[in-house]
Design a binder for this molecule. Structure first.
Ligand code: GLN
Length: 466
């Protein structure tokens, strides 16, 4: 048994036929976790007491071990955002995805590591220590969903859920050689997901194959009246008219000529896209003139929203509380002790770009550019069916290699546009570099056209495997 080479559908069939039981899968998951977690550190906490008395026919995910990023709420379980601020916090309600997984009969193995409050690209900023890439333990697994990606890549569980605000599902999936899907904004409910940057955050699956990603997505993709950014099915349909069977792939050439993209990444991208051409796809150049500003725009909007969302950790309502001489001193001490450096940096950046005298210059300008980028991307889908780029400008780097925040931010170059525009996007393994580290192919589809994304991604997966 190996979760890495057995699809969810195959696991389901084995469970239904009685060839294996949920108990067998649970034991297997525990033994791989025991074996690899001491060095990989994908799990912050392994839960026990799972009920393995599940009818496999309950759902396609019934009885199959999985795990979640440490920022998704399961009532009665600890959840910390990998922060000291919420070290012993226990969730008081279920996330919508938790309800849906329970309905499916999923076996929740535990909560996995991440960059603190999902800010980061390497899972080196967790209060619970770094996560290591299971393919090479001297390297990072990517981030911020480094724990969920590493858990899948090490075969500890069959799939995981992560969150993606600027690439946090797709980039670690690329670094660990697995599949990562960021659904359309408004498809999967954000209820019970830690709010980081509310206009960008999305929950999505990390899996071993596109087919698995589709299966998990279908299980968690449901309108939620308790999330006011959840989009009604009848509204989604209006967008889906772009869900044609076309085979035209758009490549934003000028975007690929920006500085800092590793030549090996570009070479891999060209040869991978060529494979799609061999399959009958047409590759065309597209012009997205504003997309080169996406990273700058993201690093204004993300900290702006994060700084207001994180104001709730004030040492009074919940979480860490460090007493001070007066109210302000208490805030200061709590936040200084509870938040790590990167989170503090983002709060300061966000407060700055929102402060009076500066919000016109930064925040409003970034919002205007975001609208322009969105318009350009949506228009591009009049000519093409999918947009392709590499997932990240580099493959998994060494632990500690990127110390300055800017070089880490640059890793988000290709992933942030889909968060700014809301479009669904996926990373699929696309071969390996000379160190044996995986490349990722990144596809973006029209809004709510995940089906199209899956269809083209499956073709790509087949092309790469052959
Ligand atoms: N790396 C990006 C950041 O640090 C994305 C994070 C995310 O998607 N949660 O903000």
């Amino acid at each position: 048994m190996d979760f890495r080479t057995t699809t969810l559908r195959e696991l389901h069939e084995k469970l239904v036929s009685g060839e294996v039981t949920p108990g067998d899968l649970l034991d297997h998951s525990k033994s791989v976790i025991e074996d690899r977690n001491p060095t990989v550190n994908a799990f912050i906490e392994v839960f026990d007491g799972q009920d393995t008395n599940i009818d496999p026919k309950k759902g396609t995910l019934a009885g199959i071990p999985m795990a979640v990023k440490d920022n998704i709420l399961f009532k009665g379980k600890k959840v910390s955002g990998a922060s000291k601020m919420l070290e012993n916090y226990v969730a008081s309600y279920d996330a919508k995805v938790a309800e849906l997984l329970a309905k499916e009969g999923a076996l929740l193995m535990g909560r996995t590591n991440m960059d603190e409050f999902a800010m980061g690209t390497s899972t080196e900023s967790s209060y619970y220590g770094v996560t290591r890439n299971p393919l090479d333990e001297t390297r990072v697994p990517g981030g911020s969903s480094g724990g969920p990606a590493a858990a899948v890549a090490a075969g500890m569980v069959a799939y995981t859920l992560g969150s993606d605000t600027g690439g946090s599902i797709r980039q670690p999936a690329a670094c660990c050689g697995v599949v990562g899907l960021k659904p359309s904004y408004g498809s999967v409910s954000r209820r019970g997901l830690f709010a980081m940057s509310s206009s960008l955050d999305v929950i999505g699956p990390i899996t071993n194959s596109v087919e698995d990603a589709e299966l998990v997505f279908n299980a968690i993709n449901e309108y939620d009246e308790l999330d006011n950014t959840s989009v009604l099915p009848e509204v989604r349909v209006r967008y889906q008219e772009k869900n044609t069977n076309g085979k035209v792939i758009g490549v934003p050439r000028a975007f690929l000529r920006l500085e800092g993209i590793h030549p090996e990444v570009l070479a891999n991208f060209e040869s991978s896209i060529k494979k799609m051409e061999d399959l009958g796809y047409t590759i065309v150049d597209i012009d997205l003139p504003t997309i080169e500003h996406a990273l700058a725009v993201y690093y204004i909007i993300q900290p702006a929203e994060a700084s207001s969302n994180l104001a709730r950790y004030d040492g009074i309502r919940y979480g860490l509380s460090v007493p001070g001489d007066d109210l302000l001193d208490g805030y200061l001490k709590t936040k200084t002790e509870g938040f790590g450096r990167e989170v503090q940096r983002r709060i300061m950046l966000g407060t700055y770009v929102l402060s009076s005298g500066y919000h016109d210059e930064y925040y409003y300008k970034a919002r205007a550019l975001r609208a322009k980028i969105t318009e350009e991307v949506h228009q591009a889908f009049d000519q093409v069916d999918i947009i392709a780029t590499p997932t990240a400008p580099n493959t998994a780097f060494k632990l500690g290699e990127k110390q300055d925040p800017l070089s880490l931010y640059l890793e988000d170059l290709f992933t942030v546009p889909a968060n700014l525009t809301g479009n669904p996007a996926i990373s699929i393994p696309s071969g390996k570099d000379e160190n044996g580290m995986p490349f990722g192919m990144h596809f973006t589809a029209p809004m709510f056209c995940e089906n199209k994304l899956f269809e083209i991604s499956k073709d790509f997966e087949r092309a790469i495997l052959n």
